[in-house]
Design a protein around this ligand. Structure first.
Ligand SMILES: C[S@@+](CC[C@H](N)C(=O)[O-])C[C@H]1O[C@@H](n2cnc3c(N)ncnc32)[C@H](O)[C@@H]1O
Length: 643
């Protein structure tokens, strides 16, 4: 491509960027380029192109910003609706007819940006064909662009409301789903193969029946446009259709493309001749072309896989020159520019991962071996790196090396969390065992306490029973006591009564207990027997102030009466007392004849002393009944003991 040199400093800048950074912007229109580069320069406060070049050298990421600024991704679904209507009504039916007979339909959307145009044409086909798989047509829709970020969005298939504003409502309902109805249905997403391709540098896809390259050529100068148009024409099958943007036109004399709609820039390739590149004619050329096409498709597949997978991937050829990489690899090693085409030694990976050198050598030490190791990324992530030799199926040995880089930071964190959890679990288990032991001890203590408690309860119950019994006994005793008191009172009264009765008797009377103690006596008895004090009650019978013989006799008779319960009378006995010398009959009777233990009643029946006889002895006044005896003078009456 030859073009006149105008703005020397700009040209120098473009030349240097192409050489040093691998970004070739030399085919783009100078006006557009200048505007976009100056915008970047203003933002970065670079005074001139030389200053901006310095900045580009110091900040490797700036080259991506520049590319972003130059590649304008503005696009829409069904952009320019009348043009799409023409395509739908005038072009697609013919293409489908032909496809139905050949069994193949190949479309290419070059410069597809974020994918809206490619999906629009897929919708047109799906609408007219119904279920494509039902027609046994092998439909291939390729969509390529030089902007990897735009391609990512395209593969994702999720769009803003603004991008969808020209989609007719029925089509939107039919082909969009998701939460807000802005995501393409998987069936449609699967129809398209997205891939990165530079229209200036890469070969075209071949055997295309419909080629859309809209609003791309406008950014290029005439030389580049010519170059691209030649490639696009070469890509078309005879009868194939080229769909350009409404401000784009063919360059005169370069093609034999005939307008189907001059207004909407839709052209058809009738036959190949003139300025067109020569098509491969020989069988070998055709095979080479086919192989190139297939290679292109395979590269698109491969790139699509690489950009989808999470780990970073770098593939090198046998001379350690990078031939493939993915976005993840660039992100992990903070590489602002593409590594593809560079020797591994010139990449960010080589600078930032010193361990790589050693492990790469190790993987090739004796025979090719897979090596795994961990290292830190510039952002401090833990990366698991696998160096895997790529071996050819034949005997060529190692034809390349794959470097697989996986961020294992979350995995490592998880592992350490698991280990911590295991330790905690073990500690918990041992604490649990201790608690179980303590619990068992507590249980046995509790059981002992329960036993003691039960014993205490039963003792308590026994005490309560005993208490109740004592209470009832007490009550009984109180009752008995009250009864006894009453009886005692009655007895006292009876005693008084008897006392009074005995006292009133004209004869001396003694009431003697069964044991011989004197219980009661009256004044007559006191007088007869000479008691000085009425308190003589209580003295025994054998202590009466009577002669000894009389006292013994009385005691014997008292015992006899108590034993037999029959009364006895001692007649005409001499009672020689100090107070009343004389005779008496003495009646000794049980108080109660059937209960002699209750004591005896002794009644003295005195009678006057008999006149003295001629021999000087006194005779009884009258003979008392019974066998009277004289008392012995020697038997002096015993003095009653006094208390
Ligand atoms: C304005 S968009 C057009 C999008 C779509 N075709 C349309 O008309 O709606 C231009 C696209 O061309 C792409 N482009 C620019 N230079 C390119 C090149 N050298 N190779 C491939 N694509 C290129 C840009 O990345 C951008 O996505």
């Amino acid at each position: 491509m030859k073009r006149p040199k105008e703005n020397a400093p700009l040209e120098l800048l473009l030349e240097t960027i192409a050489q040093e950074r691998g970004l070739d912007l030399r085919g783009y229109k100078r006006g557009t380029l200048e505007r976009r580069i100056r915008k970047r320069m203003e933002r970065l406060k670079a005074k001139d192109y030389a200053g901006y070049l310095d900045l580009l050298r110091k900040r490797p990421a700036e080259v991506n910003q520049l590319l972003d600024a130059v590649l304008i991704n503005v696009t829409r679904f069904f952009r320019d609706p009348p043009a799409w209507e023409f395509l739908r009504d005038q072009v697609v039916p013919g293409l489908l007819d032909r496809a139905l007979s050949t069994g193949s339909l190949r479309l290419w959307c070059a410069g597809c940006a974020t994918g809206e145009e490619a999906y629009s044409v897929a919708i047109l086909i799906a609408e007219q064909l119904g279920e494509p798989s039902a027609h046994k047509i092998d439909i291939k829709i390729y969509a390529t662009d030089n902007d990897e970020d735009a391609l990512k969005i395209a593969r994702n298939g999720k769009y803003s409301e603004e991008a969808l504003e020209l989609v007719p409502a029925p089509l939107r309902t039919k082909y969009f789903g998701g939460e807000r109805g802005r995501t393409l249905v998987p069936k449609l997403r699967r129809m398209i193969i997205f891939g990165r391709s530079n229209l200036l540098a890469n070969p075209p896809i071949s055997h295309i029946h419909l080629l859309l390259c809209r609003n791309v050529l406008i950014y290029f100068d005439q030389v580049a446009q010519q170059h691209i148009l030649t490639k696009l024409t070469r890509a078309l099958e005879e009868g194939g259709v080229l769909f350009l943007g409404k401000s784009e036109s063919l360059l005169r004399g370069t093609t034999n493309l005939h307008p189907l709609s001059a207004k909407w820039r839709i052209f058809q390739l009738r036959e190949r001749e003139g300025a067109m590149d020569k098509q491969p004619s020989s069988a070998a050329e055709k095979m080479a072309q086919k192989a190139s096409d297939e290679l292109h498709v395979l590269k698109a597949y491969q790139q699509s896989i690489l950009e989808t997978v999470e780990p970073g991937i770098l593939i090198m050829d046998s001379r350690d020159q990078v031939i493939t990489e993915n976005e993840a690899a660039r992100r992990l090693w903070q590489s602002s520019d593409n590594m593809t085409g560079k020797a591994l030694k010139e990449t960010a990976l080589w600078d930032k991962c010193p361990e790589l050198v050693t492990h790469l050598d190790e993987s090739r030490a004796t025979r090719p071996a897979t090596i795994r190791f961990e290292c830190k990324s510039p952002a401090g992530l833990s990366l698991s790196i696998t160096i895997k030799p790529i071996l050819s199926e034949g005997s060529k040995g190692q034809v390349g090396t794959l470097i697989h880089m996986e961020d294992v930071t979350p995995h490592n964190a998880l592992q350490s969390t698991i280990e911590e959890l295991e330790t905690t679990t073990e500690e918990l288990q041992s604490s649990n065992e201790e608690l179980e032991n303590t619990n068992e001890e507590l249980q046995s203590t509790n059981e002992e306490l329960e036993t003691i408690n039960e014993e205490l309860q039963s003792s308590n119950e026994e005490l309560e029973t005993t208490n109740e019994e004592l209470q009832s006994l007490n009550e009984e005793l109180e009752t008995t006591n009250a009864e006894l008191q009453e009886r005692s009172k009655q007895l006292d009264e009876l005693n008084q009564h008897y006392g009074a009765m005995v006292e009133r008797m004209p004869l001396p009377v003694l009431l003697v207990n069964a044991d011989g103690s004197i219980h009661l006596f009256n004044s007559a008895a006191q007088k007869l027997l000479g008691f000085a004090d009425p308190s003589a009650a209580g003295i025994r019978l054998d202590q009466l102030p009577l002669p000894t013989a009389m006292r013994r006799l009385l005691a014997e008779k008292h015992v006899a009466v108590v034993r037999a319960g029959r009364p006895e009378v001692l007649t005409h006995r001499m009672l020689e007392t100090d107070e009343n010398p004389g005779f008496a009959n003495i009646h000794i009777s049980p108080v109660l004849s059937d209960r002699p233990e209750h004591g005896v009643l002794i009644i003295f029946e005195p009678f006057p002393v008999a006149p003295a006889s001629s021999d000087g002895k006194k005779a009884a006044a009258k003979t008392p009944p019974g066998n009277g005896r004289t008392r012995s003078r020697n038997n002096k009456p015993a003095k009653a003991s006094r208390r």
